[in-house]
Design a protein. Structure first.
Length: 72
């Protein structure tokens, strides 16, 4: 897995949450606009891979596959 998608998943693991909003996920990248764009790309990649699911209102939730991925 590429670095930014892995870092996004680490935020879920580190915070011990299955559902997070976009602002919490931006912490994976930092405050730079380019880094935030990479986080957004990573989120889209994780959704395509079936690890995250968009919940609306800028919230994202780990799927069962995502939960298994962060438990290793």
């Amino acid at each position: 897995m590429e670095p930014f998608p892995s870092r996004v998943l680490e935020v879920f693991r580190d915070l011990g949450r299955d559902r997070l909003d976009l602002h919490a996920l931006f912490e994976a990248g930092g405050n730079e606009a380019a880094q935030r764009a990479e986080v957004l790309d990573a989120i889209e990649s994780l959704i395509r891979e079936g690890l995250l699911e968009a919940q609306g209102g800028d919230f994202y939730e780990l799927t069962e596959k995502g939960k298994r991925a962060i438990s290793h």
